[in-house]
Design a protein around this ligand. Sequence first.
Ligand code: ZN
Length: 95
Amino acid sequence: MTEDDLKSLRRHHNATIGLFFAFWIYFLIVIVVINFFPPSNTTHDNLIGTMFGAAIVLCLLQFKKCCPDCGANLGLQRRLGIPKKCAKCGVILKK
Ligand SMILES: [Zn+2]
């Protein structure tokens, strides 16, 4: 595990959390817009489509990261972001 691996994991962790909050803010805005300012069908479909797109990206981001030491999937070890320690090999992933 190099310093670069740690840095990349930290960046990945922050990106996942950032996107997660951005997604919920977007989700709430879409709900409010659809309820109070009914958009046209096309706009409505675009809003919902973007939301599903963002949800898929978020899932990919969460589940594609693997432990640099043993290759265990880290997304399954924690609900959001990167765990402090790899559950399989015990390597420290975050300081
Ligand atoms: Zn590991």
